[in-house]
Design a protein around this ligand. Structure first.
Ligand code: ADE
Length: 262
């Protein structure tokens, strides 16, 4: 997978590819990351990439020509590349989009700065407008890094264990189960017995159950999009019954009376 990043700060990507899984993926040639300075495509002695907005107002806008030339040059190397504009107005990035992107031959990222990029670029040169969340960054560069990171780990051969990416959080709208490692006791807190039992079937069952319950507690919105299996429905039912029992025993002990008397 080829990642080409069009930016006015290409140096930001030098340390990015020097660590961890991204570095390994580059070394193994699973990916290539090339950061191109948009300024190289700007005209004039000062190679200006921004200008004042038509209609007035504060801030500057990225000029269309340097961005368009940079995209065209990137596409000359590989026609198949999809172009992504990083903008807070884009579709919110998630694991499904990461999976979709991981199937492409390569991606060109257009990293906006200032108030944004001239609208004509968005219309004529961009396949996807993507945001990494509902907040405004000073530019699209860190957003491009987030996407490159998330997509890279989905490329076959990048992660060690074949199943590592399959069992991730968000696979099939479930969060991943809890993880524990040594020491067995840490700050008066132990490890669930089942994980020490060596019984792989029970361990799998426990992991599945905790993964379902954590999703229910932390991200109930995900469960709405999951087709629950009948054992999963059963697990949730059992939890409902247990919660109901706790509520009942509380009211028997007078919890209502206490709060009512305050
Ligand atoms: N540029 C500025 N804010 C952004 C965001 N939230 N996502 C992607 N690109 C951006």
């Amino acid at each position: 997978m080829d990642f080409i990043v069009l930016t006015i700060f290409p140096e930001m990507f030098v340390p990015f590819i020097e660590y961890g899984i991204v570095r390994k993926a580059v070394e193994q040639k699973n990916i290539s990351v090339k950061a191109v300075n948009i300024r190289e495509f700007a005209e004039g002695r000062h190679r200006v990439t921004d200008d004042r907005p038509y209609g007035g107002g504060c801030g500057m806008v990225m000029k269309p020509e340097p961005v368009a030339y940079a995209i065209k040059a990137a596409k000359k190397e590989n026609q198949d590349l999809k172009t992504i504009l990083l903008t807070p107005q884009g579709k919110t990035f998630n694991q499904n989009i990461a999976r979709e992107f991981a199937l492409f031959n390569g991606l060109i990222f257009v990293c906006g700065r200032y108030e944004g990029v001239d609208e004509r670029i968005c219309h004529d040169f961009i396949d996807y407008e993507i945001s990494i969340g509902d907040y405004v960054l000073t530019g699209g560069d860190t957003a491009a890094m987030v996407i490159i990171d998330a997509v890279t780990r989905l490329i076959p051969g990048v992660l060690g264990g074949a199943e590592s990416a399959q069992k991730d959080s968000f696979s099939d709208n479930l969060l991943e189960h809890a993880h524990y490692t040594r020491p067995r006791d840490f700050q008066d807190s132990g490890v669930p017995d089942v994980l020490l039992s060596g019984n792989h079937k029970e361990i799998e069952k426990w992991r599945h159950e905790t993964s379902l319950i954590r999703t229910f507690l932390k991200r109930p919105d995900l469960l709405k999009n999951r087709q629950l299996s009948s054992p999963e429905v059963e697990i949730l039912r059992r939890w409902c019954i247990d919660i109901e029992k706790i509520i009942r025993s509380q009211s028997l002990h007078g919890a209502d009376t206490l709060s009512g008397s305050q």
